[in-house]
Design a protein around this ligand. Structure first.
Ligand SMILES: [Zn+2]
Length: 87
């Protein structure tokens, strides 16, 4: 499974899973940014618009560059959509 769990105190009541398919490694992303993005998305995947109660959402970098933390480069997606986006 290409899942890399970010060990951090920021796994609130669910799991925030950070996946970077291109590098297959953990990429640090500001926990603050991630929290804000998921909060803004209100636990709704921005691609399929399904609601994910346990905040099991992921951050997808639209341009494929995980170091580009511009808010316009990131979208909050569910695991299924993230898999499709990165394949
Ligand atoms: Zn989705």
């Amino acid at each position: 499974m290409p899942y890399f769990l970010q060990g951090s105190p920021f796994s609130f009541d669910g799991k925030v899973v950070w996946i970077d398919e291109s590098r297959k490694t953990r990429i640090p992303i500001s926990p603050k940014i991630r929290l804000e993005l998921i909060a803004q998305a209100e636990n709704i995947c921005e691609r399929c618009y399904n609601y994910f109660e346990n905040k099991i959402l992921e951050i997808h970098h639209i341009d494929g560059d995980p170091s580009n933390d511009d808010s316009e480069n990131m979208m909050v997606v569910c695991a299924n959509c993230h898999r499709e986006l990165t394949n």
